[in-house]
Design a protein around this ligand. Structure first.
Ligand SMILES: CC(C)(COP(=O)(O)OP(=O)(O)OC[C@H]1O[C@@H](n2cnc3c(N)ncnc32)[C@H](O)[C@@H]1OP(=O)(O)O)[C@@H](O)C(=O)NCCC(=O)NCCS
Length: 325
C-alpha cells in the first residue's frame, strides 16, 4: 500500500553572533555560573543584535535548510513559522520570511505554542502535506526571547536565548510501514488550566505592550517530565515502536535536568540524547531544529535513523513526534 509521508529533505539553523555567558550575567543580576550550570546545565546563550528580527533569523535557517535539501525558495509552497516572539503583532512573521525568500505563491502563517511550537508546527505541516494540498513545507522555529525577558529578574533571564532552526518537509509516496522515511507519528496536547505558570504579562488585547516573561519555575519543572514522557509513550504506542528502537532523542532544550529526567524515564541512554542547552540556553520553538541541525552537521543523525522529538511549554502545551530521517 502506498501512502503519503512528510519526508525531511534538509535542515538548517542560525545563531546570532553575540554570546552572553553566565559570568557576564553574574555582573547584571545576583546569580553565579555555578548556580545556573547546576540548576539548568546552561553555560551561554546567543542574543540577537539590535535590528535583528525573528524573521531575519528564520530566513537564515530556512536558507540553510533549502541548501541542504538542494532546493530553491520557489520549490516551497507552505511556510509554518513557530514563534512566540513575532516581529510585529501582525502580519505573521512567516509572510516576512516568505517575502525575504522571494516566494510569491503558496501559504505562510505563524503558529503559537511557545516552546512546543516546533512540534506543533511539524505536525500541522505534516497533516497539510498528507492531505495533498501542499507539496513542500518549510517548518521553522525562530525566537527573540531576549526582547521579552525582564533583565532584572534572575529567575528567568538566565534561562532563555535567541536563535532559529528549520527543516524542509516534502510529501513523498512511502510504503505505509514504520520502515518508511518521514514523520511516522505525532501527539499534541494542551491544558489551559496551567496558563498562568509560564506566560507573558502583556499583549495587544490586554496591556497594549509586548510584556515580559513570567514563570513559576518549580511548577514547570514538576509537570515537565511526566507530560513529555506521556506524549512520547503515546507516539511509540501509535507507531508500534519501542523506546529501544529510538536512534536519537532530540528533546526541547529547556534544562539539562529535565532532559536527563525524560531520557531516564524512557530508558534512553545518554549517548543517544542530543543536548545543546549548555551553548544555546532555552530558545523556545527554535531549540529542537537547532539541536537537529547540530546533530546532522556533526554526523550523528543520518538518513534512516529513527528520531524522537518532544517539547513542553507555556499553556501548558506539550507533544512529541517520531521521524525517520
Ligand atoms: C528555574 C529553576 C532552574 C529554578 O530552580 P529551583 O531549584 O526550582 O529554584 P527555586 O526557584 O526553588 O529557587 C531556589 C533559590 O534560588 C534562588 N534563585 C533563583 N534564580 C536564581 C539565579 N538565577 N541565581 C541564583 N539564585 C537564584 C531563588 O531566589 C531561591 O532563593 P531562596 O531559597 O532564597 O528563596 C527550575 O525551577 C527549573 O528549571 N524550572 C523549569 C524551568 C523551565 O524549564 N522553563 C521553560 C520551560 S519551556
Amino acid at each position: 500500500m502506498s501512502i503519503t509521508r512528510s519526508v525531511v529533505r534538509g535542515c538548517g539553523s542560525y545563531l546570532p553572533a553575540r554570546t552572553l555567558t553566565n559570568h557576564e550575567l553574574a555582573g547584571m543580576v545576583d546569580t553565579s555560573d555555578e548556580w545556573i550550570v547546576q540548576r539548568t546545565g546552561i553555560r551561554e546563550r546567543h542574543i540577537a543584535a539590535a535590528g535583528e528580527y525573528t524573521s531575519d533569523m528564520a530566513v537564515h535557517a530556512a536558507q540553510g535548510a533549502l541548501a541542504a535539501a538542494g532546493l530553491a525558495p520557489q520549490d516551497i509552497d507552505l511556510i509554518v513559522l513557530a514563534t512566540a516572539t513575532p516581529d510585529n503583532t501582525f502580519p505573521a512573521s512567516a509572510v516576512a520570511v516568505q517575502a525575504k525568500l522571494g516566494i510569491t505563491s503558496g501559504a505562510a502563517f505563524d503558529l503559537q505554542a511557545v516552546c512546543s511550537g516546533f512540534v506543533f508546527a511539524l505536525s500541522t505541516a505534516d497533516s497539510m502535506l498528507r492531505a495533498g494540498d501542499f507539496k513542500r513545507a518549510l517548518v521553522i522555529g525562530s525566537e527573540t526571547f531576549s526582547r521579552i525577558l525582564d533583565w532584572k529578574d534572575r529567575t528567568t533571564c538566565v534561562i532563555f536565548g535567541d536563535g532559529a532552526g528549520a527543516v524542509v518537509l516534502e510529501a513523498q509516496p512511502q510504503s505505509g510501514t514504520k520502515a518508511d522515511r518521514g514523520v511516522l507519528g505525532a501527539k499534541l496536547r494542551s491544558d489551559g488550566r496551567y496558563k498562568d505558570k509560564l506566560y507573558v504579562d502583556g499583549g495587544p488585547s490586554t496591556t497594549g505592550t509586548a510584556g515580559y516573561l513570567r514563570m513559576e519555575g518549580k511548577e514547570v519543572f514538576r509537570h515537565a517530565v511526566g507530560m513529555m514522557t506521556g506524549a512520547i509513550t503515546d507516539v511509540l504506542d501509535a507507531t508500534g515502536t519501542t523506546a529501544a528502537e529510538i536512534d536519537w532523542f532530540v528533546p526541547h532544550q529547556a534544562n539539562q535536568r529535565i532532559i536527563d529526567g525524560c531520557a531516564h524515564k524512557l530508558g534512553v541512554p545518554s549517548e543517544k540524547v542530543i543536548s545543546t542547552v549548555a551553548r544555546h540556553g532555552n530558545t523556545s520553538a527554535a531549540s529542537i531544529p537547532l539541536a537537529l541541525d547540530t546533530a546532522v552537521a556533526d554526523g550523528r543523525i543520518k538518513p534512516g535513523d529513527l528520531v524522537m522529538i518532544e517539547a513542553m511549554g507555556g499553556g501548558f502545551t506539550w507533544g512529541a513526534a517520531l521521524i525517520r530521517w
